[in-house]
Design a protein around this ligand. Structure first.
Ligand code: SDX
Length: 427
């Protein structure tokens, strides 16, 4: 691979360095492009532009590969637990048993949320979407933890990580408890992280809550599969906001808002709503495939397609297998799962989807498992956020520790040229 790229503009040749990553990804370093040529690049949606060099996650969209810190997602989903993977994603190495136990113990220091946060959540109507409430509550954490994190100080950074992991989970479940009119629960430091999620969501003062290990295992695996995904929309948002040196809570709050969109993390809710619509409409998957292919119809096949994966999303394969296992273990026979499989089968054979390399993504099957676990549909994207939290933290930390510059893209102006001011009576 040549070490430089040559660009010719108006007969002038310019040379730019070529960077090759540890998995042989090739990038042209254009840091000096505008100074040297006066030109900028234009790349809507950044489909061809790298924003950073990162050691956290490697994706190969053509081969359908996903690795966190070099470990294959298939191994991590099968052999590790969510806190173990969170530690790996954030600190770069799989923890020893002692490090993992200490990490969980240090998270426990921060699982009690300031009681005054309840005044904020009480200000929301019950009908508020949980993602909007979660974004607001996460940002409000800054009000109760105003101290700016010195990212150069490892101890301060570690504490901020543990505080975020501890409080975000509680706040995420409070969004559901609020909309259901149930009292807000407290984290129980004698129980596991994912067990606590189920307790915080569903335990009622009227009696003990029975933890189902099948449900906890399935959720633990789902959280692992969502933990990071390199520079996706919400992670890029967290990096962008953090690049102005805004705090970790404010940056994550922005990431929650970006994830909410139905083209991104909101797709898992949109998939379930789409499958229920197909079911209500008589279960004719082909009719909806035709709508998805019709350029005049804004309908898209939710849970299909991906900016990077032009092959099967490896997470979708794992979740599809888990969906069969979890529903069987729970004795759930959900016709929606059969509609999803029929839709997938038809789409994978359809020229429109094949020619555009459109495959099921992480959101296509996750909602079916969440529904079988008793999670309400409008909480699906909140679960995506809980899984993605370690990735957001890791990427924010890497960006700050590497002292990356404030994000500030350029543009090509195509508006009106200079013109004289027009007095009101001449408009
Ligand atoms: C996530 O980036 C990440 O890593 C995200 C994520 C993560 O872990 O963070 O993986 C999580 O967000 C997964 C994606 C969830 N979103 C959905 O399932 C929504 C449905 N998918 C699409 O909206 C779309 O596929 C995107 C947004 C995911 C990707 O869009 P791109 O890369 O911008 O692709 P595109 O819009 O340029 O589409 C290329 C072609 C177009 O047709 P032509 O103009 O070439 O004729 O494919 C078509 C699109 O119309 N197309 C679809 C389609 N997705 C793309 N047609 C019908 N149904 C779809 N789902």
């Amino acid at each position: 691979m040549s070490k430089t790229a040559i660009l010719e503009i108006d007969g002038n040749k310019y040379e730019f360095p070529v960077i090759v990553g540890s998995e042989n990804e090739v990038a042209i370093d254009i840091e000096k492009l505008r100074a040297a040529t006066g030109a900028i690049t234009l790349d809507p949606g950044y489909k061809n532009s790298g924003s950073c060099q990162s050691e956290i996650t490697f994706l190969d969209g053509e081969e359908g590969i996903l690795r966190y810190r070099g470990y294959a997602i298939e191994d991590l989903a099968e052999k590790a637990n969510f806190l173990e993977v969170s530690y790996l994603v954030i600190f770069g190495e799989l923890p020893t048993a002692a490090q993992l136990a200490q990490f969980e113990k240090d998270i426990h220091k921060y699982t009690l949320v300031n009681e005054e946060m309840k005044n904020i959540i009480d200000g929301f109507p019950k009908t508020a979407h949980p993602m909007g409430v979660l974004s607001s509550l996460t940002s409000a954490l800054t009000a109760f933890n105003p101290k700016v994190v010195n990212v150069e100080n490892e101890k301060e950074m570690y504490e901020a990580v543990c505080k975020t992991m501890g409080k975000f989970l509680v706040l995420a479940t409070w969004t559901y408890r609020k909309s259901s009119g149930f009292p807000l629960n407290y984290y129980d430091n004698t129980k596991g992280y994912v067990e606590n999620f189920m307790r915080l969501m569903f335990e009622l003062p009227t009696g003990p809550y029975k933890i189902n290990p099948v449900v906890v295992n399935a959720l633990d695996k789902l959280f692992i599969l969502h933990a990071d995904h390199e520079q996706n929309c919400s992670t890029s948002t967290v990096r962008m906001v953090g690049s102005s040196h805004a705090g970790l809570f404010a940056s994550i709050s922005a990431g929650v808002s970006a994830l909410w969109g139905p083209l991104h993390g909101g797709a898992n809710q949109a998939v379930l709503e789409m499958l229920e619509e197909i079911q209500k409409d008589g279960g004719d998957a082909d009719k909806f495939l035709a709508k998805a292919k019709d350029k005049n119809d804004p309908f898209r096949l939710m849970g299909f397609g991906h900016r990077v994966y032009k092959n099967f999303d490896p997470r979708a394969k794992i979740i599809k297998k888990a969906a069969d296992e979890v529903l069987a273990e729970l004795g759930v026979n959900d016709p929606i799962l059969n509609i999803a499989k029929k839709l997938e089968e038809s789409a994978l054979q359809d020229e429109y989807f094949k020619s555009r390399n459109l495959y099921p993504n992480v959101d296509f099957y996750s909602g079916i498992i969440y529904r079988a676990l008793g999670i309400p549909t409008d909480m699906f994207t909140v679960l995506f956020a809980i899984g993605r939290l370690p990735g957001w933290i890791a990427q924010w930390k890497e960006m700050r520790v590497n002292k990356e510059p404030i994000g500030r893209p350029r543009q090509v102006y195509v508006g009106a040229p200079l013109r004289p001011f027009k007095p009101m009576n001449e408009r």
